[in-house]
Design a protein around this ligand. Structure first.
Ligand code: FES
Length: 292
């Protein structure tokens, strides 16, 4: 870069699109130079975008970063070369030639709206889904198939209904068997990766068998203070099962929960959707028996 008759000529290359690189690019662009900003990641922002607060001022990282990102993004004098690497630098001070390699994105950046739809249909992530024809035949019993068919009929063609589909299957089996998940994915054309992602993310879903009834003991502060731990121990002993486990006869699963919103009645337990307050250890056997 140089100055000719008071006019800035040439261009500047800034390496790294973090907060420092962006600020340098903005300063140079504002002073009249053409700036090439090279960033190896798919977007500018750098590590600061992952931070909440910054030391020592405790400033909000995003509040510092966002205005610079917006300014950089829209500045006519800054050409952003994201997802790019520098291959070689030749020449001497004042006249460098830089070779930059732009990595393939496999999306058209002019058409990309950042909707992330492509993530759902990624050919690499969804390999299991794409190869489903090679998976072993689904071993489903006739009555199971009936239930699943009803779910398929109800949700066929409805976009964004993955969670209700999984809820319906969970209701049917009380957990999500692999065969059922694969069947629903195939019939409703939902990527298997998406069903598994949701099934493992939400607490309401389980990929392992649950008991016919679920006993949950509240271990929130109020219940804990009022003897929640004792109730939990008594439940474990009476059902002969650990937390998260299922009884041998598959009748009861045991879990803990942190506050059910009725702390005034602590200690609290629930069996399925029924809530029981002021629970005493001595009442537990009778309570459990009433659900068997
Ligand atoms: S702590 Fe148990 S209901 Fe709130």
């Amino acid at each position: 870069m140089a100055e000719e008759n008071g006019r800035k000529v040439g261009a500047v290359l800034v390496v790294g699109g973090g907060v420092g690189g962006m600020q340098a690019s903005l300063d140079l662009a504002e002073s009249g130079y053409k700036v090439y900003l090279v960033e190896s990641d798919p977007a500018i922002g750098g590590v600061m975008a992952q931070l909440d607060k910054t030391f020592p001022t405790n400033d909000c990282a995003m509040c510092t970063l966002a205005p610079r990102m917006v300014d950089c993004g829209g500045h006519l004098n800054i050409e952003k070369l994201t997802y790019s690497e520098i291959e070689s630098v030749d020449g001497t001070a004042g006249r460098f030639t830089v070779r930059v390699r732009k990595k393939a994105r496999f999306v058209d950046p002019n058409k990309c709206t950042g909707c992330a739809e492509c993530v759902q249909h990624c050919l690499v992530r969804n390999r299991a889904y794409l190869e489903r024809v090679e998976t072993p035949e689904l071993a489903l019993l006739a009555d199971e198939l009936d239930g699943l068919r009803r779910i398929v009929e109800k949700y066929k063609g409805r976009k964004g209904a993955v969670v209700p589909v999984l809820q319906a299957a969970q209701e049917l089996y009380n957990y999500l068997p692999e065969t059922a998940v694969r069947y629903l994915s195939k019939e409703l054309d939902i990527p298997l990766s998406l069903t598994y992602r949701l099934a493992t993310f939400y607490n309401a879903f389980s990929l392992t068998p649950k008991g016919k009834h679920l006993l949950r003991v509240c271990m929130g502060t109020a219940c804990y203070v009022k003897g929640g731990k004792r109730i939990l121990r008594a439940s474990q002993k009476h059902l002969n099962v650990d937390i998260g486990g299922v009884t041998a006869d598959k009748e009861f699963g045991l879990e803990t929960v942190n506050c059910l919103g009725c702390c005034g009645q602590s200690p609290v337990v629930t069996v399925d959707d029924d809530v029981f307050g002021y629970v005493r250890e001595s009442r537990l056997p009778e309570l459990i028996r009433s659900y068997r």
